[in-house]
Every structure is written in structure tokens, then in C-alpha cells.
Design a protein around this ligand. Structure first.
Ligand code: HEM
Length: 404
């Protein structure tokens, strides 16, 4: 069923004033599982329908298959595999995964635990003497950036340079139907070019001077799928650099915020550190970093919850709404780390299921365990904290806390 009220509801969800608590609006939106928007796109908000779409082979992640092209899509050079379909998606994902996890590199993520703990410990050591700590700037941002830079072979000291480009790229995918996107898109397109040029320079150096990093391994791999071209390596590195930290920073920050709002759970985590495993899963359901997947296109007419979605339509998946759907999760608005059967949509599902999930989980588990172990009497300075502009990658821009 579609209604005419739902478009206004989406505008309210995307409006910045809803950023700190979009969940009541998601509940309203779920009354219309498939909502047609004024611009011809469809918004899907219920668990069953979202999961169905994520596994439906008639759906494309390549925005070039939209009948109304997404503004700026043409100018954005070679898409990375998150925006490609099989067989190209599968080939590139396989080529990248060979160096990132099982079956070819099985110990990579678990073997990172000691280094991750060292980085976390030294960031927490630096809190000493500070009256107020910003969990974002002092901890949740520098931690995953350091990790992904090291893994890829991007010099950590270049962070101020690429931060400007990454911010402009994230800003350009913020879906805001009320503002003129031209300037943001132009900035995003230019930032993508600058970031690609920068990564291309690093790759060039690897051809002559191999290092112990993913860029080197991508450039020299002669596996069954052949080699990635330089363009493909640059697109993949671009994707991993952005996806590798922009989301994890929000999971760690949302995690600390949620723990400070649930002091009994925080105390339990101090007493029972193993609780962190189900706790991080529950965070991915209850306060996920990725709220919306804005890019699916129908390859052919498809029917979802009795609504026919015409070929070429843009489909937006409201992942965070699906993970709070009462038809799938009992008492969905309760943060419950003991929850069983917690198959949330935090990492998506299907062929594009998050590639970095195991690493993001481990980073967040170590971060939260150490924060609650070492912080003494932490208190929120402001609740709600200020949020980043994005309704897509949602999280606080700062999370100031004080200690006793
Ligand atoms: C808490 C942190 C993270 C969250 C919540 C998250 C979430 C997601 C989601 C929802 C998708 C699916 C997108 C789609 O279906 O279109 C995705 C895909 C992806 N993620 Fe993550 N991600 C996180 C961390 C990471 C990290 C650390 C990396 C890399 C080191 C990473 C790399 C990727 C890649 C490469 C894809 C594309 C997979 C494909 O298209 O096959 N992510 N992620």
C-alpha cells in the first residue's frame, strides 16, 4: 500500500531536527511499508520487506541503472564494488577479500587484537589531566582511522588532507530533498577526484617499493581472478578508507552514549567483559551507524508488499527502521544485550553484506571494554549530544563526557 502522507514523513525524518531521535518517526513510517515519494522513489521501512530486497537478484546497486540518474553519478569515475552488481561486484569483492579474511587470510582480523588494544590504551592514556573528554575527537575517530590507514598503507599523518575530501564526499550523499544539492554534489565530485588522485599516487609508489599493506597486495596479486587494474585498486582503496572509519566511529560513539544512558548495563560490562560480544550486536540493531541505504534500483518491475515498483525506480532502504520493527523483534525500543535471535540489519544482508563487519565488531568490542574499564564515573555533559548532519551515516559529532 502507498500513501501520500509518507513523503512528508520522510522529509521530517531527514530534517536535522529529527537526528537525535528518528525512531518515533520510523514507527509511523512502518505503517506504510512501501512509500512512494514525490520524486518517484520508494522508501521501504519494514524488516521483512527490506531483507527481501537485500536478497532479491532483480535489484541493482549500480545507480547507473536508475531511470532518473542520481545527480552527480556520471561524473563519479569508476564505481567501487559497493555500487556494482554481479559478476563485476563478485569478482572485485573476491579479489579484495583474499587479503582481508577467510579463506585466504583467515587470521588477519583476530591477529589484530593486540595492536588494537595498544592503540586504544594509548588514546585512553592521553585522557589524563583533561577535565572533559570528547569521545569522538579524542577516541572514536582517531582509533579506526589509525587502523584502516595502517592496513591499507595510507600514511596516518596525511589524515588532515583526506579528512577534508572524505567529509565532502559524505556530505554529498546526504539525501536532503529540501535543499539544492548542486554545490554539495560539485564539492563531492571534486573531492572524489582529489582522493582518487591521492590514492593513485600512493599506489604508484607501491609499484616500485612494495610495503606490507593492502595496496601492495592488491597491486601484486595473481590469483584465479587475475589482477585488479590500477583504477579498480583505487576505487577499492577509496571504498575501504571511507567505509573503514566513517561507520565505526559512529558505532563506538553510539555505544558509549547508550551505555551512559543505561548505567546498569555499563556496570554489567565492567563486571562481565564477555558481555561485550552480544552487546555490540544489540548496538548494531538499536543504534546502528548506517540508517539508510539510498542506492538500490529495480532491474525490472518488482512487487513488494502488494505494491508494484516499476523498473528503474530508486529504492531507499530504511535499515535502522527495519531493525526496530516490532513484527521482527520483541520490545524493539528496549536496549537489551541479552536479546536472542538478533539478526539485525546493521551490516546489511545478502551479497553486499558488510565486508568489514568482523573488523568493526572487534574494534568496537575492544574500544567499549577498555573505555568502561578505565573511565571513572563517566557522565554525559549533554543529552542528547550534537549530531552530525547526515541522516544516512548517523551519529554524534561530539560526545563530551566528564569523569569523577
Ligand atoms: C560499524 C561499522 C560498519 C557498519 C555499520 C557498516 C555497514 C555496512 C552496510 C550496511 C553495508 C551494506 C551496503 C549495501 O548493501 O549497499 C556495508 C558494506 C560494506 N562495508 Fe561496511 N560497515 C562498517 C564497517 C566497515 C569497515 C570497518 C569496513 C572496511 C574495513 C567496511 C567495508 C565495507 C565494504 C567494502 C562494503 C561493500 C560490500 C559489498 O558491496 O559487497 N565496513 N557496510
Amino acid at each position: 500500500m502507498t500513501t501520500t502522507e509518507a513523503p512528508d514523513l520522510l522529509h521530517r525524518i531527514l530534517d536535522y531536527s529529527s537526528r537525535s531521535d528518528p525512531y518515533p518517526l520510523y514507527a509511523e513510517l512502518r505503517e506504510t511499508p512501501v512509500a512512494l515519494q514525490e520524486d518517484g522513489s520508494y522508501v521501504i521501512s519494514t524488516y521483512r520487506e527490506i531483507a527481501g530486497i537485500l536478497h532479491n537478484p532483480h535489484l541493482s546497486s549500480d545507480v547507473r541503472n536508475l531511470s532518473r540518474p542520481m545527480p552527480g553519478a556520471e561524473e563519479r569515475a569508476t564505481p567501487s564494488f559497493i555500487n556494482l552488481d554481479p559478476p563485476e561486484h563478485d569478482r572485485l569483492r573476491r579479489l579484495a577479500m583474499r587479503h582481508f579474511g577467510p579463506p585466504h587470510t583467515p587470521g588477519l582480523v583476530s591477529g589484530m587484537a593486540p595492536d588494537l588494544t595498544n592503540i586504544v590504551s594509548s588514546l585512553i592514556d592521553d585522557f589524563a589531566g583533561k577535565e572533559q573528554i570528547d569521545i569522538v575527537d579524542d577516541f572514536a575517530y582517531p582509533f579506526p582511522v589509525t587502523v584502516i590507514c595502517h592496513l591499507l598503507g595510507v600514511p596516518r599523518e596525511d589524515e588532515p588532507r583526506f579528512r577534508v575530501w572524505v567529509n565532502a564526499i559524505i556530505d554529498s550523499i546526504n539525501y536532503d530533498p529540501k535543499t539544492d544539492p548542486k554545490e554539495k554534489l560539485d564539492n563531492g565530485v571534486q573531492a572524489t577526484k582529489d582522493l582518487r588522485q591521492y590514492l593513485g599516487g600512493l599506489l604508484e609508489q607501491r609499484h616500485g617499493h612494495p610495503g606490507d599493506d593492502l595496496l601492495t597486495r592488491f597491486a601484486n596479486d595473481d590469483g584465479p581472478d587475475g589482477r585488479m587494474t590500477d583504477e579498480e585498486i583505487i576505487s577499492t582503496a577509496n571504498l575501504l578508507l571511507i567505509a573503514g572509519h566513517e561507520t565505526t566511529v559512529n558505532l563506538i560513539t553510539n555505544g558509549m552514549l547508550t551505555l551512559l544512558r543505561h548505567p546498569q548495563v555499563l556496570q554489567r560490562l565492567r563486571d562481565e567483559p564477555d558481555l561485550v560480544v552480544p552487546l555490540v550486536e544489540e548496538l548494531l540493531r538499536y543504534e546502528p551507524p548506517v540508517h539508510i541505504i539510498p542506492w538500490r534500483a529495480a532491474y525490472s518491475d518488482i512487487t513488494v508488499a502488494d505494491t508494484v515498483i516499476p523498473k528503474g525506480s530508486q529504492i531507499m532502504l530504511m535499515l535502522a527502521s527495519g531493525s526496530r520493527d516490532p513484527d521482527r523483534f520483541g520490545d524493539p525500543d528496549r536496549f537489551d544485550p541479552d536479546r536472542q535471535d538478533n539478526q539485525h540489519l546493521g551490516f546489511g544482508s545478502g551479497i553486499h553484506l558488510c565486508f568489514g563487519g568482523p573488523m568493526a565488531r572487534l574494534e568496537t568490542q575492544i574500544a567499549l571494554t577498555e573505555l568502561v574499564r578505565r573511565l571513572e564515573g563517566p557522565r554525559l555533559v549533554a543529552d542528547p549530544p550534537p549530531y552530525r548532519p547526515s541522516p544516512v551515516l548517523r551519529g554524534p559529532i561530539h560526545l563530551p563526557i566528564e569523569q569523577s
